[in-house]
Write a protein that binds this ligand. Structure first.
Ligand code: ADP
Ligand code: MG
Ligand code: MG
Length: 209
């Protein structure tokens, strides 16, 4: 994947979160404050605008760092800093590589997960985006270890994210706004986990996975 492929990923992610904004907001209305879709549509819209300002010949790392910075500054709510950190960490991890391979992207995705965990303090089982992202990263790494190329690994990550998100339904939230509901948060899909699925699906879409 070169810099324009990474920019295409962010653009596709923006399309998917905007198209699903109402569903994400409805999920958040059930166990949070009903703004997740709006937050992400605004944040990823700002990321797309930031991409337009990057110079020709930019690197994949700078694409992700620029998008992450825009998301942090324009997204309200807990999810903005978390997704922004994820993208900036991934971008930093890619360094100056012009065309990171499947393994390098795996290292970057792992760094994104570590960034979210450090910033938010959530682990797997706490009913957050971490459940979807951790499952996605594990599935990606397993695919690459088994010899998969980037498209197949990205598809595995998208499937893993969907499974990780689905697993949040019976969980009781221990982090974020949904944790205020205690046991009443069970029985609902976590909105951040649902949006993480869209971000990984966007990656699979642009790689042809
Ligand atoms: P807010 O709750 O501030 O309105 P959003 O609605 O945009 O923010 O995002 C809510 C989502 O953010 C949750 O569904 C959850 O996945 C994620 N989230 C919230 N707090 C944390 C945390 N500490 N660690 C990881 N993810 C979190
Ligand atoms: Mg919210
Ligand atoms: Mg909010």
């Amino acid at each position: 994947m070169n810099a324009s492929d990474f920019a295409a990923w962010i653009r596709r992610a923006a399309e998917l979160v905007t198209a699903d904004a109402e569903r994400l907001t409805a999920l958040d209305a059930a166990i949070g404050d009903g703004d997740h879709g709006l937050n992400l549509a605004r944040g990823f819209g700002a990321a797309v605008t930031a991409l337009d300002g990057l110079p020709a010949g930019t690197t994949p790392g700078k694409v992700l760092i620029g998008a992450g910075r825009a998301i942090v500054s324009k997204t309200g709510g807990a999810s903005g800093p978390l997704y922004g950190t994820a993208l900036r960490r991934a971008g930093k991890t890619l360094g100056d590589a012009a065309e990171p391979d499947a393994a390098a992207l795996g290292t970057a995705l792992r760094a994104a997960l570590d960034g979210v965990r450090e910033l938010g303090g959530a682990g797997e089982g706490d009913k957050t985006m971490v459940d979807a992202l951790a499952a996605a990263v594990t599935a990606y790494e397993t695919a690459v270890d088994g010899g998969a190329g980037l498209p197949a690994a990205a598809r595995a990550a998208a499937t893993g994210a969907a499974e990780g998100a689905e697993a949040t339904v019976p969980m009781v939230a221990r982090k974020g706004r949904a944790s205020y509901l205690g046991p009443r948060s069970a029985g609902h899909l976590d909105p951040g986990a649902a949006s993480t699925v869209l971000l990984l699906r966007a990656l699979a879409d642009v790689t042809g996975g």
